[in-house]
Design a binder for this molecule. Structure first.
Ligand SMILES: Nc1ncnc2c1ncn2[C@@H]1O[C@H](COP(=O)(O)OP(=O)(O)O)[C@@H](O)[C@H]1O
Ligand SMILES: N[C@@H](CCOP(=O)(O)O)C(=O)O
Length: 326
């Protein structure tokens, strides 16, 4: 359970009242998640999520919160941050930055099929297009410079085989980033962590799950759209036990994306390298969370070996969109 900061009911109630959400009825800690402290806040005016930010600073947060507002205003289903009378959406609780956003309805698709993947792919493309005129800029804070800082920190905890893979992949990703094709990749604000647990679906009367929203934008940053697609493919379109790509789901995801925002030739050509980059990024962050943990009331770190497997798979079996259809 990820409650790093205990929030007192009265403090949360005062904030809810200030935001015009009415009386706070219940405040329940959320057990999932590993980055921030989250509570479900049920208020007279509706259902919300209260987040206390543990790593992100008051300087960094406006980028994420205003991005969510920007996307919500362009009909991309994301939780809208709640403002006080002066329009401020970044607040303070327990001496830390905090926000209250709409609670999305529905639940997670834990075992996604082609239909789920197509819906996520199409909405991801809509999100990328809607973000193109977002005026604020912040790099992806879990990009190459962060990998370079983190590799030496996790090195002492690795086996020889792991260390070799980390070093080889770091060198490969540097080479990729120096290339002209990489520089030409279309860019803009990306989610950068759009895993199954950051998307909601609601089941309709016909039994079909319909996407009800994307959330948890706190790893968002400006980076290549292709990297965002690769992050999704590595989570939505794989066999979790082996890390293998499921080609039917992957092709469905990319085709649905492409129908909204056609992929460039570079994005298609570099997809195998971007899939490696996305696997490397989460392997590193999971190693970092496991070996250099922060204080938390209770915290279950994600298993780094999963993304080590995924990375080895992507190296062994490079995948290009459309290849399996040819
Ligand atoms: N806006 C939201 N609407 C509905 N549920 C949410 C919302 N934000 C968070 N949650 C719930 O809280 C859980 C943890 O949130 P998450 O943002 O993943 O945490 P963390 O920032 O710590 O990684 C999610 O899996 C989801 O169940
Ligand atoms: N998706 C990342 C961890 C980030 O946590 P989240 O709960 O904010 O998605 C991973 O799986 O390593």
């Amino acid at each position: 359970m990820a409650v790093f900061t205990e929030v007192h009911f009265d403090e949360a109630a005062a904030l809810a009242a200030r935001l015009g959400l009415g009386r706070l009825l219940t405040l329940k800690p959320i057990s999932a998640g590993i980055e921030n402290t989250n509570y479900f806040a049920s208020c007279e005016r509706g259902e919300y999520v209260l987040t206390v930010f543990e790593r992100l600073t008051a300087e960094q947060l406006p980028f994420y919160l205003h991005l969510m507002k920007h996307l919500a205003q362009r009909a991309v289903p994301v939780p809208e941050p709640q403002a006080d009378a002066s329009g401020e959406i970044l607040h303070n609780l327990a001496g830390k930055p905090a926000a209250i956003v709409d609670r999305l309805r529905g639940g997670h698709a834990r075992a996604p099929d082609v239909d789920h993947c197509e819906q996520v792919g199409a909405m991801l493309a809509r999100m990328h297009l809607a973000g193109l005129d977002y005026p604020r800029h912040q790099p992806n804070l879990r990009g190459l410079p962060w990998w370079d800082e983190t590799v030496p920190l996790v090195h002492p905890f690795l086996s020889e085989a792991e260390r070799t893979l980390v070093d080889t992949e770091q060198a490969y990703q540097h080479e990729l980033a120096r290339g002209a094709a990489h520089a030409r990749l279309p860019r803009g604000p990306i989610h950068a962590d759009l895993f199954r647990d950051n998307v909601m679906f609601e089941t309709g009367a016909d039994g079909r799950d319909r996407l009800s929203g994307f959330f948890d934008f706190y790893f968002a940053g400006v980076d290549s759209f292709g990297f965002d697609i690769a992050v999704c493919l590595n989570d939505w379109c794989i066999d979790l036990a082996t890390g293998r790509l499921d080609e039917a789901r992957a092709e469905g995801f990319v085709a649905a994306y492409d129908a909204v925002r056609p992929l460039s030739g570079d994005e298609r050509r570099l997809m195998p390298a971007l899939l490696r980059a996305a696997a490397f990024r989460f392997w590193l962050s999971r190693l970092w969370d496991l070996h250099l943990p922060r204080d938390a009331a209770l915290l279950t770190p994600h298993d780094p070996r999963h993304f080590e497997r995924v990375l080895r798979e992507r190296i062994a079996r490079p995948w290009h969109p459309g290849a399996s259809l040819a």
